[in-house]
Design a protein around this ligand. Structure first.
Ligand code: NDP
Length: 448
């Protein structure tokens, strides 16, 4: 789809020229600008007041060297990033990703998406994201610790519980958060809620670990119910086998669905009778092994080498929970042909624009990442609240709040889509609802 509005089209051109080679960032901005066409036509003040020009430019980008010593005594050097994109409605908030594919464009795309996602939660959090091209895979615990300490020695200068509160993302789980928190405490001599996703022992929130996956299913259930359906008795395929995928599988099962497949970056498992999550948790969360180990425990399951082929499995509901652009046009065609009725994104931007268009054209219920995976950051904000009042809430309290937030995100996105003449298009609805709150806050705060 091309941008019809002349102003938005020239803005997109400018984004491409000024952020050369950052294709994931271009893709994320284009999708938002496309959704905003009817909004700027109705409200030209957003153009007059330069809101869009400001929102596509990060408030600050921090880029730094991360030297660390490996187990053989060699010095290794990685790159660290933190993009502080928007603080219009609250302090910067967004995860840290440690993966070899990380470069500035990936962090900018994730930070940009985060602005709208955080706004949709209804909680006072701005947008940010960070990370490094460091790969924790194959590193010893001590190497990961030394890397995290070096990374935080620099990052600590730029974050704070009222400034910028990072969390986890791909490659950053509770082990990494622990090392990062320890170093922050050491260099600043403060014990504050500066990171979320912490362990319960030192200020974490119950239900944070489960939140993105559970939230994804709460959102999906709300979307299904609004269209006369539920998870009950549905066959579910989920890509990935990390934090988001595991807890999406857990909640989908609790809601009556049967999860038959999961993947990692090397392959996928198909278990016709339903995946045994206890085995997956032992393999991935405790032993940090590859998913292929699953068939040693369950010889009646199948393992296939190409992770992308997971979308060829017949299912009613597909939940992409691995990484960006993992589900393309051909995968979408296969899902549609096999009778899939709903797709909801646990990962950030997992579907290509062509795949999304196919879902929309074929009336497949489609929950975009910004809305569907906002449960993680929403619960992180609840962790911040608990830290600020020096108190902890029970699992049921946090989980109930998460469910309420996800259902409200569904309603907001659905209502915005309808109001701007795109009923049922939650991509547009989520972008519009997320944008309006931030845009209005920006206008009220003046040119800053
Ligand atoms: P994890 O690091 O816990 O897990 C990522 C999983 O995806 C791993 O199983 C990994 O396999 C797999 N994977 C990576 N690349 C591919 C690929 N090309 N094909 C198939 N599988 C792949 O990360 P999370 O679960 O935390 O994050 C997953 C996604 O969810 C990301 O897009 C993240 O930005 C998003 N997200 C995460 C949130 C959170 O709270 N954690 C919140 C909101 C969004 P392998 O082990 O082989 O690398």
């Amino acid at each position: 789809m091309s941008l019809k509005n002349e102003y938005l089209s020239s803005l997109m051109q400018r984004v491409i020229e000024r952020n050369q080679g950052e294709k994931e960032f271009h893709q994320a901005v284009r999708e938002v600008l496309e959704s905003l066409e009817p909004v700027v036509e109705k409200h030209p003040e957003y153009i007059r007041r330069g809101v869009l020009e400001c929102i596509i430019e990060p408030e600050r980008i921090i880029k730094f060297r991360v030297p660390w010593v490996d187990d053989n005594g060699y010095i290794r050097v990685n790159r660290g990033f933190r993009v502080q994109f928007s603080s219009s409605i609250g302090p910067y908030k967004g995860g840290l990703r440690f993966h070899p594919s990380v470069y500035e464009g990936i962090i900018k795309f994730l930070g940009f998406e985060q602005i709208f996602k955080n706004s949709l939660t209804g909680l006072p959090i701005g947008g940010g994201k960070g990370g490094s091209d460091f790969d924790p895979k194959g590193k010893s615990d001590m190497e990961v610790m030394r890397f995290c300490q070096s990374f935080m020695s620099e990052l600590a200068k730029h974050i704070g519980s009222y400034t910028d509160i990072p969390a986890g993302d791909i490659g950053v789980g509770s082990r990494e958060i622990g090392y990062l928190f320890g170093q922050y405490k050491r260099v600043t001599n403060t014990f504050t809620g500066v990171l979320t996703g912490k362990s319960i022992e030192y200020g974490g929130s119950l239900a944070r670990k489960e939140a993105t996956g559970y939230g994804l299913c709460y959102f999906t259930e709300a979307m299904l119910r609004d269209n006369g359906n539920t998870f009950s008795d549905k066959t579910v395929v989920i890509s990935g086998s990390g934090n988001v995928a595991i807890y999406a599988a857990e909640k989908a099962t609790q809601l009556g669905g049967k999860v038959v497949a999961l993947s990692d970056s090397e392959g996928y498992i198909y278990h016709k009778n339903g995946i045994d999550l206890r085995t997956v948790k032992i393999i991935k969360e405790i032993n940090r092994q590859r998913l292929i180990e699953y068939i040693k425990v369950h010889p009646d399951a199948e393992y296939h080498d190409n992770c992308k082929d997971i979308w060829s499995i017949k299912c009613d509901i597909a939940l992409p929970c691995a990484t960006e652009n993992e589900l393309d046009e051909n995968d979408a065609k296969m899902l549609i042909k096999n009778g899939c009725i709903a797709v909801a994104e646990g990962a950030n931007m997992p579907s290509t624009p062509e795949a999304i268009q196919l879902f929309l054209d074929n009336n497949i219920l489609f929950g975009p990442a910004k809305a569907a995976n906002a449960g993680g950051v929403a619960t992180s904000a609840l962790e911040m609240s608990q830290n600020a009042i020096r108190h902890t809430w029970g699992f049921a309290t946090v989980d109930a709040r998460l469910k309420e937030i996800m259902e409200s995100i569904y309603r907001k996105s659905s209502a915005a889509a309808e109001k701007y003449g795109m009923k049922g298009n939650l991509v547009a609805g989520a972008n519009i609802a997320g944008f309006l709150k931030v845009a209005n806050a920006m206008m009220e705060q003046g040119v800053v």
